[in-house]
Ligand binder design. Sequence first.
Ligand SMILES: [Fe+2]
Length: 244
Amino acid sequence: MAGLPVVDFHSHILPRMDDGSDSVETSLAILRESRASGVDLMVSTSHYYRRNETIESFLARRSDRLGQLLPLLDGTCCGIIPGAEVAFYFGMDDDAGLDGLCIGDTRLLLVEMPFQSWGTYEINTLSSLCFDRRFTVILAHYERFAEFQKGNRLYEEVLELPLYVQINSGSLTSGPHTKKWIGMFRDGSAHLLGSDCHNLTSRPPDLIRGREAVGKKAGEDVLERIDRCAAALLLGEKPRRRSL
Ligand SMILES: [Fe+2]
């Protein structure tokens, strides 16, 4: 859309940071391929696992990897906004260091929920992150948890919290439920798109394919709403979540 950046809100593009890019060369290739396809900004959301390391250690590693990559960027590459994909952990809402994992200079926190049936503890923790800690929570790839939540009312009820929902572009172009996920963008219950790219092959930077699916099946106005939402969130605003 004119004037609005195209943002990939979920990616693993830092070299040797997690199970994403395996080298500086791969990182540059991803950034160039994305830029050539029409993406302006990539939010770099490296995995953070509390069981593996402290937040301080993660941030030091991330700073080192960014330091390797940033001097090499040129006009053929997407811009990078540092962040994290924070895997849900017990007591995370009491962790004072969590602020350091927010995206850029915002209060945006991308949370990867457990790959199991969610209970009241998980929902209460998200609620605490939203209301007590005042994070703007983004649920990473909401659609990937569906198979673990069959019959679990909390999977729908979590959407009543004042949080935002990110869906992977690949889930809009293949798989049995593409209509359902595109429908969530249409009705305003999903808000952000990410490629969740890890490499150039098996998990590539395919944001544009997902955008094309949204534009074609839900309409260009829905695509524009996604872009407006992404831009507003990165500016620290809290855009309206529902279109209805
Ligand atoms: Fe991811």
